[in-house]
Design a binder for this molecule. Structure first.
Ligand SMILES: [Zn+2]
Length: 482
């Protein structure tokens, strides 16, 4: 059996299952679950893999919405992982040209992790069917990674040994084109809760008896604002005030501000974080309050491997970008105009693989995996080039044929890449050799504090508020793979 006919077998499988793949993507779109609360999404993905005879372990590393599903035996061991969480206030109707809520102010998908999940299961099932059909040795381990938007789960997986026997890893993420990269792509980040504790008192009768924990939050903000002048251009610091007090006539005794600090490398992220801690301590001192800092998440920068990028790119050239219709191009152009992007429509070309990529400011918790084992990234065109993620334009295409066709090609590239890695040992060896050069002796150590437990209650209350009204929009159909 030639490799190209094995690949064709997986392509045929994906062609025959377009309806199921679209249904996985759309189901997760309407679940719209925030990080750590992806119960419906993870449950659906596990059920689908279970039905295909994967050995499914749910709730790994203490994450109720995390899982590992294994197929096959022996080496090589190929891990495939992605995320399926949504974002707050992102309940955008897909297929329209204006900001329109599905459920007012509810969470939703305005980036497209629903498509990431569809590609993960479709590519994995296609590869497993081929492994069974052609008796291929080797193991694929499919990881569901909760809470990507808060940069949570994958450092725990690596810390807890889930990648100790893995030879190479693949991550899939949608974007505006079909392409892959190698080199450092994302930043390191440390995100932390700063809790301030003061003393309540009547704000108009006896304000002098109070110690104001909100003042401390405000002063920390001012301290960070002054620090910005001394930050390197590529450093980032951003925050939300999660607890700001209860009512104006009672001086707040308890507040919390959540900061994320980023830099191109782990050392830089630590520098910005340490300065943030000093500023918090200063703010506490000025307001006679106490501060407690809790690290919420901490991730290494994402780096992707040259050897794997070359394998992925060769399969992108085989699969090719989707054949877009005029209607799809026109839809894309209208949305691009709305966000002030160039109205180019959709892209028909595979992105060239030109040397190491430019490192950018965002982060992804798969960074930790990428320093443990060689990791490749499959970028597939389920969204419109130029849209802004977490903005309504980022959600406008996510249940349209654009998202679906992008996912079909993403799943094909994923399945074909897995087949290459299973059948050509030299490709795994080349990935390992280029990885050794790339990390240049750096030994991975988790940035999360020792003994840290997953924040399993994160976003629970918000989902409890919105889920009943969101449920009315769930798809009634369940995906079935033929
Ligand atoms: Zn993402």
């Amino acid at each position: 059996m030639t490799k190209s006919s094995m690949k064709q077998f997986t392509f045929n499988f994906i062609d025959q299952n377009e309806k199921a793949i679209a249904c996985v993507s759309d189901s997760i779109f309407y679940f719209g679950e925030l990080g750590m609360q992806e119960h419906e999404s993870a449950g659906l993905l596990c059920d689908l893999l279970d039905a295909e005879n994967f050995r499914v372990e749910r709730g790994i590393s203490g994450f109720p919405t995390g899982f590992c599903a294994t197929y096959g035996t022996g080496s090589p061991v190929i891990a495939i992982h992605t995320e399926y969480d949504a974002n707050p206030n992102n309940s955008q109707v897909s297929g329209v040209f204006e900001p329109t809520h599905i459920t007012p102010f509810a969470p939703g998908h305005c980036e497209g992790h629903n498509c990431n999940a569809a590609v993960l299961v479709a590519g994995a099932i296609a590869a497993a069917r081929a492994m069974s059909e052609y008796n291929l040795p080797g193991t694929i381990k499919i990881f569901g990674a909760p809470g990507e938007e808060q940069l949570i789960s994958r450092p725990y997986y690596v810390r807890d040994g889930w990648f100790d026997d893995v030879d190479v890893a693949l991550h899939d993420h949608l974007g505006g084109d079909l392409g892959t990269v190698y080199g450092l792509t994302h930043s390191a980040a440390i995100s932390a809760y700063f809790r301030f504790f003061g003393q309540t008192s009547h704000a108009s009768v006896t304000p002098w008896n109070g110690r104001d924990a909100l003042d401390a939050v405000v002063l920390m903000d001012m301290g960070m604002a002054q620090f910005r002048e001394h930050m390197k251009p590529e450093w980032r610091a951003h925050r939300v005030i999660k607890e700001g007090g209860d009512q104006p006539n009672t001086i707040p005794a308890k507040t919390m501000v959540w900061w994320t600090f980023r830099a191109p490398d782990a050392e830089g992220a630590k520098i910005v974080f340490e300065q943030g801690k000093k500023i918090a301590e200063g703010a506490a001192m000025m307001t006679n309050t106490e501060v407690r800092c809790e690290i919420m998440s901490a991730v290494w920068p994402v780096r992707t491997n040259q050897g794997l990028a070359e394998v992925i790119k060769s399969n992108m050239d085989i699969v090719g970008a989707p054949d877009w219709t005029k209607k799809e191009h026109d839809f894309a152009r209208t949305i691009q105009k709305k966000i002030g992007a160039e109205p180019l429509g959709l892209l028909n070309e595979v992105r060239p693989l030109n040397g190491p990529s430019k490192q950018r400011a965002p982060s992804n918790d798969c960074g930790d995996i990428s320093w443990k084992v060689p990791m490749g990234r499959i970028g597939f065109p389920s969204n419109i080039p130029g849209v802004a993620f977490h903005h309504w334009t980022g959600g406008a295409a996510l249940t349209t044929s654009i998202a679906h066709k992008g996912a079909f090609v993403g799943a094909k590239v994923l399945a074909a890449t897995v087949l290459d890695l299973l059948t050509v040992p030299e490709l795994v060896e080349r990935a390992k050799a280029t990885f050794a050069d790339e990390i240049a002796g750096v030994e991975y150590q988790p940035l999360i504090p020792e003994g840290q437990e997953p924040p399993i209650d994160l976003n629970r209350e918000t989902m409890e508020v919105f889920r009943p009204s969101m449920r009315a929009h769930y798809l009634t159909e369940r995906p079935v793979f033929m």
